[in-house]
Design a protein around this ligand. Structure first.
Ligand code: 6PG
Length: 236
């Protein structure tokens, strides 16, 4: 487990952007699953302002690890956030953007997106494999849209499932543990003092860590990197 700690959210974004530039430069075609949330938003702003020309975006295919079941024009949409802060700022072929259609019937879209992953992603192990999955972590220890009250979704034999937000009841589409753990590399982007306890429990295997979906992330080749600011890492 590779744990990288920086003084601020801004420095997490800066160093992750440098990591991503190198990751893409070393590959011909790159399939990346994005996350929603406030930390990815800062990363997207950093990529748009400092890596617009440095990265050959034509090599990159963007997917989402999860999406809220809302239209792509809704402020809750992870796609809309990505479109606003990154996709509208870079030159990337429209065919390289594979959004989850939050406006469609959740169960049907989960099926469709799973089929899309089978069609688009390399599949050497019988499971579609992203080159990189970017994850956030909620204060409750959720990741993607697998929440503690539905932790069983992690073990689903499907590639995508319909999840329910524990407070709002909002439906979400999420990739499952099978997809995350078959990816070649996984990065957690976690910042803020609110994540301190869960980060410490998960990384140190303390307390109720097994109840947090984020603790289940274990890519088969051990390529897991945590990008943390010092607040989120202050319990380590
Ligand atoms: C989402 C994200 C979610 C997010 C965490 C952390 O759709 O909201 O995919 O899993 O990563 O909630 O969000 P913050 O980075 O904003 O704390």
């Amino acid at each position: 487990m590779d744990i990288r700690i920086y003084d601020s959210k801004g420095l997490v974004a800066r160093h992750f952007s440098d990591y991503l530039e190198q990751f893409i430069a070393n590959r011909n075609e790159v399939h990346i699953a994005l996350s929603g949330g406030s930390t990815p938003q800062i990363v997207f702003e950093e990529l748009a302002s400092h890596k617009r020309e440095a990265i050959d975006w034509s090599k990159v295919h963007f997917y989402w690890g999860d999406e809220r079941c809302v239209p792509p024009t809704d402020d809750q949409s992870n796609y809309k956030m990505t479109q606003t802060y990154l996709l509208s700022q870079i030159t990337i072929p429209a065919n390289n953007i594979h959004r989850i259609k939050g406006e469609d019937i959740p169960k049907e879209e989960a099926e469709r997106y799973g089929e899309l992953l089978r069609e688009k992603l390399p599949n050497t192990t019988g499971v579609p494999s992203f080159d990189l999955v970017i994850l956030g972590m909620g204060e409750d220890g959720h990741t993607a849209s697998i929440f503690p009250h539905e932790i069983g979704l992690w073990e689903s034999d499907k590639l995508c499932e319909v999840a329910t937000h524990p407070e709002s009841g909002q439906k979400r589409i999420t990739i499952t543990g099978k997809v995350i753990d078959h990816s070649k590399e996984v990065v957690f982007l976690v910042t803020g003092i609110g994540k301190k306890e869960k980060v410490a429990e998960i990384i140190k295997h303390e307390g109720d860590f097994k109840e947090y979906p984020a603790s289940l992330v274990a890519p088969e080749n051990d390529n897991l990197i945590w990008f943390l600011d010092k607040e989120a890492a202050s319990g380590l």
